[in-house]
Each structure stands twice: as structure tokens, then as C-alpha cells.
Design a protein around this ligand. Structure first.
Ligand SMILES: [Zn+2]
Length: 367
């Protein structure tokens, strides 16, 4: 039996839907991965995430290697056991987390300051693989150089050269056969750099390809334009993963261009700020009118929050007990993302993705 691979079962123009086989189960594509930064999705235990319909959980190498340490996770039986997650898992490489700090990039690796205690650490492409192999997720990511946008082309080109060199070293350092490794296409918003990055990364050869360095300051249509350019330069049969994108408009438009996987902290981050995601658009639950409503966050939503709680309670809790309100909203928002991905897969199967695109564009393009 195959340990890892994508089988495409339906297409609608460039969009595709199918099954991703992993050592921890089959996953219907396209799919969204909730982010359990430190081993758990904020405010939502893993059984709640599983009940919402998610089959792949993402966790952050950067955070886990600093606290509690990859050796601790390995000692208790690996990331699946540590996180209480029976499905598939993906770990990022830490490249994105070090970007926002005062990181120093050299040919050998990147030196950064820990957010926990200010101590200095060095991450190399080889170490990022060793740490991820110790954690033991089903999918690991190469260490890349992520750059903020906008940025000057020379800087982007340098970051890209380093990313390609590091991708090669990451592949050479890989030992575990039961873990897939994805390369990451970088290059900012520069068309020639993106094409060069895709060609070089595909040339090295990975189990899947991620599009990184987007949704970091550019507008959504720019993101979608780069996604279109990159997917045209990726192999048909390999899974494609757009990193860090969670808004419904960009997700649907990227699926329409052949992307299979997404992740973002947005469902739970928005929840903590009192924002609910609904098919008709965002709901700002803290608004006073909600305090007097016995209706759920979203009519016809099958989530446990909407089945039990009136807007009134959540609006009240947002004022006096924001953690409890955030937990109730996080559950709803995760169900929303899961329902959105189900609708996307069904639309591809019935070749009606354009209808869903039009709906999402009118509601979410500027939301
Ligand atoms: Zn709901």
C-alpha cells in the first residue's frame, strides 16, 4: 500500500478533488488544516477539531523545538500521541516564525532569538529536518527564507537562492521513509523569481509543493495571481499547498487554480476577537444588538455552538469572560471552514465551482 500520495478523482477546469493518502489515514482534498501551534488548536481540544471534520492538524516546529523541546515530544511517543491526534499531521519548518523576529540569515542557517526567553538559537536546513523527524508528523516542510512584502527584488532573489540551496540540503538530510517532505516555492511577487523557484524546487523533487511567502502584506488578488503562476509550473500529480491563507475568497480562487491544501490560524484568532465566520459573511458578535438575540450565530449551522447557544450568551461572554466566548466561537469558526471545504469539494465533483466562486467573491473579496 502507498504511504503517501495524491489520487485525483474529479476536476472542474484547473480545480481538482481527490484523496491524499498518509500514514495516518486518507484525506479528501482540497482540505484546510487547523493550526495547533503548541500542540493544540487554541481553545479547541483535538476531539472537537476531529468532530468538525478535519483530518490533518498542523503544528509549529519553531514553538515545539523551543518548548517543550522535540526530545520531550519524542519521549512521550511522538507528535500524534503528544497532541492526542489520531489523524494526519504536518509540521512547518520554522521559516515563517523566524522571519518576524530579528533573524540573521547566513549560508549555513538562520540565527534567531527565542520568543520565550530571548536566548539565541540556530536553525539549519538539516536541523529543521532532524527536529521534524523527531516530532514525527506525516508531512514535514523544508526550511525556507520567507521575506516580507513589498520587498526589493535583489533581496528576494538572494532569499530565493538560499531557499533553493537549503531545499537541496533538507532533502539530503532526510532519513525517515514514513514522512513526506514538501518543498516551498518562494520569490515574493516577482514573476520571474516565482517561475525560477518553482522550476528549481521541482527539479530537486519533493513529495509535494508549497507556495510560501504570500498573504504577508499584498492584496488578495495579487496573492491569487501568484498562485496561478506557480501552480502552472508544478507537477500535476503532486499535492499543492498554499501556506498561511484562510480567507474564503483566496481559498476558493486558489482551489480554482489547482491548490489542494491550506492552513491558517484565522478561525481561532478571529474567534478570540469576537468575529464569527458565516456563509453570509462575518458576524461581529460583540455588537450590542446580538445581546438581545436568541438566534444562533448562523442559522442552519450544524456545529455544537449553534445547536445549543444563542448569540445573546456569546455576546455577553465577550464582555465578561472572553476566553469562554472565544472557545464557543472557535468551535463555530472551525466548523465553518470545514463546511466551506466540503462545499468546495462538492462543487468540483458537480463541476459547479464557478457558482461558488461568484458567491464567495461577492461576500468575502473585501471582507
Ligand atoms: Zn455554528
Amino acid at each position: 500500500m502507498r504511504q503517501f500520495g495524491l489520487e485525483i478523482l474529479a476536476t472542474d477546469k484547473l480545480a481538482r478533488s481527490g484523496i491524499l493518502t498518509t500514514p495516518h489515514g486518507d484525506v479528501e482534498t482540497p482540505f484546510f488544516m487547523p493550526v495547533g501551534t503548541r500542540g493544540m488548536v487554541r481553545l479547541t481540544p483535538p476531539w472537537v477539531v476531529a468532530e468538525a471534520g478535519f483530518r490533518v492538524l498542523l503544528s509549529n516546529t519553531y514553538h515545539l523545538m523551543l518548548r517543550p523541546g522535540a526530545d520531550v515530544v519524542e519521549k512521550v511517543g511522538g507528535l500524534h500521541r503528544f497532541a492526542g491526534w489520531e489523524g494526519a499531521m504536518l509540521t512547518d519548518s520554522g521559516g515563517f516564525q523566524v522571519m518576524s523576529l530579528d533573524a540573521k540569515f547566513e549560508e549555513s542557517g538562520v540565527t534567531f532569538k527565542s520568543v520565550y526567553d530571548g536566548s539565541f538559537h540556530k536553525l539549519t536546513p538539516e536541523l529543521a529536518i532532524q527536529v521534524q523527524e523527531a516530532l514525527g508528523a506525516d508531512i514535514a516542510m523544508v526550511l525556507d527564507v520567507c521575506t516580507m512584502l513589498p520587498n526589493d527584488k535583489e533581496k528576494l532573489a538572494r532569499a530565493l537562492d538560499l531557499t533553493i540551496d537549503w531545499a537541496r540540503r533538507a532533502k539530503d538530510a532526510k532519513l525517515r521513509a514514513d514522512q513526506a517532505l514538501f518543498g516551498i516555492v518562494q520569490g515574493g511577487t516577482e514573476i520571474d523569481l516565482r517561475i525560477a523557484s518553482a522550476e528549481a524546487t521541482v527539479g530537486i523533487g519533493f513529495d509535494g509543493y508549497a507556495i510560501g511567502g504570500l498573504a504577508v502584506g499584498e492584496d488578495r488578488d495579487t496573492t491569487v495571481g501568484i498562485v496561478e503562476l506557480v501552480t502552472k509550473n508544478l507537477p500535476e500529480q503532486s499535492p499543492r499547498y498554499l501556506m498561511g491563507v484562510g480567507d474564503p475568497y483566496t481559498i476558493v480562487e486558489s482551489v480554482a487554480r489547482g491548490v489542494d491544501m491550506f492552513d491558517c490560524v484565522s478561525p481561532t484568532r478571529l474567534a478570540r476577537h469576537g468575529t464569527a465566520l458565516a456563509m453570509e459573511g462575518k458576524v461581529h458578535v460583540r455588537r450590542r444588538e446580538n445581546l438581545y438575540l436568541d438566534s444562533p450565530i448562523e442559522q442552519d449551522c450544524p456545529c455544537p455552538t449553534c445547536q445549543r447557544l444563542p448569540r445573546s450568551l456569546i455576546s455577553h461572554l465577550l464582555r465578561v469572560d472572553p476566553w469562554s466566548a472565544g472557545s464557543a466561537l472557535a468551535i463555530h469558526n472551525l466548523w465553518f471552514m470545514s463546511r466551506l471545504m466540503s462545499r468546495i469539494r462538492a462543487s468540483i465533483a458537480s463541476e459547479s465551482l464557478d457558482d461558488l466562486r461568484a458567491e464567495m467573491k461577492s461576500i468575502w473579496r473585501n471582507a
